[in-house]
Write a new protein. Structure first.
Length: 65
């Protein structure tokens, strides 16, 4: 399970509704499993406010159990 920000949902998923879509988190050549998008959050910036938001993904803490 992953949560993506709006930018990632629009960029990588071509503007389609992201919830329920599947994507690789990390390098697919390393055999990592597919992750299902379970939510979309607003963009945030990690640097100066005048910089565009970067694609970000998050792992819900309850999925780590």
């Amino acid at each position: 399970m992953v949560i993506v920000n709006q930018s990632m949902g629009e960029t990588l998923l071509a503007g389609r509704h992201a919830v329920g879509k599947r994507l690789h988190v990390g390098n697919p050549r390393k055999g990592l499993p597919w992750a299902t998008v379970v939510g979309v959050v607003a963009d945030t910036t990690l640097g100066p406010r005048d910089q565009p938001a970067a694609d970000q993904w998050y792992i819900p803490t309850n999925s780590l159990r």
